[in-house]
Design a protein around this ligand. Sequence first.
Ligand code: SF4
Length: 424
Amino acid sequence: MDLNAKLAILADAAKYDASCASSGGNRRDSTEGRGIGSNEGMGICHSYAPDGRCISLLKILLTNYCRYDCLYCVNRASSDVPRARFTIDEVVRLTLDFYRRNCIEGLFLSSGIIRSPDYTMEQVVEVARRLREEHDFRGYIHLKTIPDAAPELLERAGRYADRLSINIELPTESSLGALAPEKDVQAIKRSMARLRVHIDDAKAQAREAAQGQVISLPKARAGRAAPAPFAAAGQSTQMIVGADATDDATILATSSQLYGAYRLKRVYYSAFSPIPDSAAALPLKPPPLQREHRLYQADWLMRFYGFAADEIASPRTGGMLRLEIDPKLAWALAHPERFPVDLNRAPREMLLRVPGLGVKAVDRLLLARRVRRVRADDLRRLNVPLRKVLPFTTADGHRPAPTPDLRRLACAQPSSAAAQGSLF
Ligand code: SF4
């Protein structure tokens, strides 16, 4: 099989991993002989570097052969899809070629499990090692790690990769047992914990080195040496949504636990897409794409707005996020006793709970408050959606109408008719 054919199969097979997804663009390609390049089919995706830059990654699998049979996965052992496998040299060459041609700024590499988790992980790490050590590759590398692989291999992966990820796959142990029986949630969590220790250690050493307190032991006599980095962009995971009956409250509780216990940079939510010849245990239809979107919004509220998972969705309120309005607005409408919020007196934590006020706007409001009292007109300069903010706040010269129904009218959002796009 030539390299292009392998690339077509193994880039296509990698698209199911949402943890560095690019989506929402119009399809373009140059197969009719006009133009140059393509934004689909060959595995270039976009991700964000730690400094916020949007970067293009070559997103591929080393192989889509897999000895596991996770029911939700198109690459499972029993799936009837064309198979291919890159050699280590081929991935290295492809990455360097694309990089030199300025098509990519990095590599996202994952793999099906061949022979054993250790063997597969060794191959993935070897790609990164050759790129870094033999070719002095300075681009971004994201490696998908295999939780059952030996700890030394995960440790080596972290030396070469900017980001590591281990997919939690499903929100509960019982759903993982039902849909991916060869996977072990305890092994996944153990590996996340190991990565967290390595990442924390590397950060602590870097801090100490910056303060001039650390002398690298082997080179002690030569002076201070920079500590070895370890996955400087942290670790992330992905959870499939809608492949089982787990509700949003449970999904958010799992995410909250993962953020707290393993200090993950991100949990990615990937709406389940039905796959060909799928098992009877899987739904025939994908969940509404809006559900994935609301989960991302809820995740944001937990990470940056001080919300606990059970404040956003809990079994008491049916366990599901409302699809027609965003979760912050839903919380505000469910807690009329907390509103209106006085923009001149409320603490930062409460301002962050006002629908329509983002972190930047709140910080600017707090700065403005030091100098003089805030008026409703000042909100215009903050560029916040007044229709959303005003019904929930008071300021000099402004008091909202008292009835919650008015707030509902003022804030009603058109429900989205967006549907999960077919991946086939
Ligand atoms: S181990 Fe990974 S590649 Fe293999 S079937 Fe499961 S999800 Fe798919």
